[in-house]
Design a binder for this molecule. Structure first.
Ligand code: ATP
Ligand code: MG
Length: 157
């Protein structure tokens, strides 16, 4: 098949799940194809280590620097387990390779665009809307990705 590395940016929304199913339907018959299912955790959604000295979070961060790492690892691990579970339920008899991950980045758009570059992604399949879906045509992450990557982007409802 033409596409070897397909990225599904996954945010646990129904649209993202449809995108995952579409990507697996495309790549499923091809053992040489790889589907990457990635959730981006925006760094701003996490407590920052630099804030720790200033207030509420002080105690554990300063008395035990390793605990900040552990906190990050547990957040990433939890998100990653959710991605794994969605993939497990969707796999059916797909013969393609599947990799899952949760990555921390400044923003979902930045994380997705960097991943596309770094991993040689040749197609992005993503939801048209996400968890914030209330109204409108296209979510801000879909819109941002369309603007910032050079590869084809397929949006799925
Ligand atoms: P908004 O976030 O602007 O309120 P929305 O949530 O309805 O709008 P988007 O966030 O653009 O829409 O979501 C569209 C698609 O982008 C999702 O279906 C998913 O494929 C992808 N996506 C959104 N957020 C993330 C994220 N944090 N990590 C990975 N993929 C994401
Ligand atoms: Mg969203």
């Amino acid at each position: 098949m033409h596409f070897k590395n397909i990225l599904v940016p996954y945010d646990e929304s129904d649209h993202a799940l449809s995108a995952l199913h579409t990507a697996l339907a495309l790549a499923g018959p091809y053992p040489e194809a790889r589907v990457h299912v990635i959730t981006v955790i925006p760094a701003g959604a996490l407590p920052g280590p630099t804030l720790m000295g200033e207030g509420i979070g002080t105690a554990y961060a300063l008395s035990n620097p390793a605990s900040y790492e552990e906190l990050m690892d547990s957040v990433v691990g939890r998100v990653r387990a959710e991605v794994d579970e969605a993939v497990r339920r969707s796999l059916d008899d797909a013969r393609c390779q599947v990799v899952t991950d949760a990555i921390i980045s400044a923003s979902p758009v930045e994380g997705i665009a960097e991943y596309v570059e770094r991993q040689g992604i040749d197609l992005v399949v993503m939801g048209r809307r996400g968890l914030g879906a209330l109204r409108g045509m296209l979510g801000s992450v879909s819109f941002g990705v369309l603007r910032s990557v050079e590869v084809p982007v397929l949006t799925v409802k």
